[in-house]
Design a protein around this ligand. Structure first.
Ligand code: ZN
Length: 311
């Protein structure tokens, strides 16, 4: 049921919003946003179901921005734990969160920021075994992953299922973002190549400023799409020069995803960096998460185990 006032009330900054609701949402929270976006766009935002893949620096900023915008349903997937080295660039994490699952912390904070929003944490990686299931029924998928092989798998799943994907990447004080609308725009596989070896898993630095700029561009690309505009190409962002450029990307006629529809990465592409699935099981009765540091890296277990490699 929709209960709201005529449009003249929306334009009246003196309006008392406390009693005005859309499907149970208190419009006082959104009053300044409504003055900017209008009711039609806001209603579309309320109805959205989105996936945020990765809840590190980009993902946590995205979750915060999407919650404040009023996105109705957010699923956030990440098996990693908060580390002290994350804190400088992740808006939602504090020192007391160190050692806790990132996806759970992101979800808790998003609910505190906006109780209207339904947020679901998924403590898992994104790989070819679950990518299609994770994106099912979503209106937008946000790529906040930290390695190219995972994002090529996510790109394959989105192009195959026709779900818009909004990519974001950060390196140092540079960043990029792009929306992939299946059948309408080029995709990530048109110009990205998979990583072949562990030697490319170097740690890259960045600043909280560049991360926030890129996540904001990603969220703005969602708003642009909701207003019916489809942007083709990559946005390249240089935060040191404070410049933002549109880079033309052409559809690759031999792209394995959007041209040939082979989806070869979805059929099997090894993830070489970050967190990967492992066959190990947690010891019986162990706490969740169970964490063990070994020669090969960090083992993180919930019901299933993951290995943190390369970083
Ligand atoms: Zn393509």
């Amino acid at each position: 049921m929709i209960i709201y006032s005529p449009s003249y009330l929306i334009n009246d900054p003196q309006l008392y919003w406390g009693s005005v609701t859309i499907e149970g949402r208190n419009l006082a929270y959104y009053s300044r946003q409504l003055l900017t976006l209008g009711l039609e766009v806001q209603e579309r935002i309320f109805s959205l179901k989105v996936l945020v893949a990765g809840c590190g620096a980009l993902g946590s900023t995205l979750v915060e921005e999407l919650a404040r915008l009023g996105v109705g349903d957010i699923t956030v997937v990440d098996p990693d734990l908060v580390e002290e080295s994350n804190l400088h660039r992740t808006h939602l994490f504090t020192e007391r969160d160190v050692g806790r699952p990132k996806a759970e912390v992101c979800s808790e904070r998003a609910r505190e920021i906006n109780p209207d929003v339904r947020v679901t944490p998924v403590l898992d990686v994104v790989d070819n075994s679950n990518a299609e299931e994770l994106i099912k029924g979503k209106d937008f998928v946000f790529d906040a992953l930290d390695n190219v092989n995972s994002r090529l798998i996510l790109n394959d799943a989105c192009v195959k299922e026709g779900v818009p994907l909004i990519y974001g990447g950060v390196s140092g004080e540079y960043g990029s973002a792009m929306i992939v609308v299946p059948k309408a725009t080029p995709c990530l596989s048109c110009f990205m190549q998979p990583s072949e070896g562990e030697d490319t898993c170097e740690t890259v630095g960045t600043t909280p400023l560049t991360v926030t700029l890129v996540a904001t561009v990603q969220a703005q690309l969602m708003l642009e799409a909701l207003r019916g505009q489809v942007r083709e190409g990559l946005i390249y962002l240089d935060s040191r020069r404070l410049s933002l450029d549109n880079v033309k990307i052409l559809r690759n006629p031999s792209c394995e995803a959007c041209s040939r529809e082979e989806f070869m990465y979805l059929k099997g592409l090894r993830i070489r960096c970050g967190i990967v699935r492992t066959d190990e099981s947690p010891p019986p009765g162990s706490p969740k998460p169970f964490v063990r540091r070994g020669k090969e890296g960090l083992l993180i277990c919930y019901d299933k185990c993951f290995k943190k490699v390369g970083r």
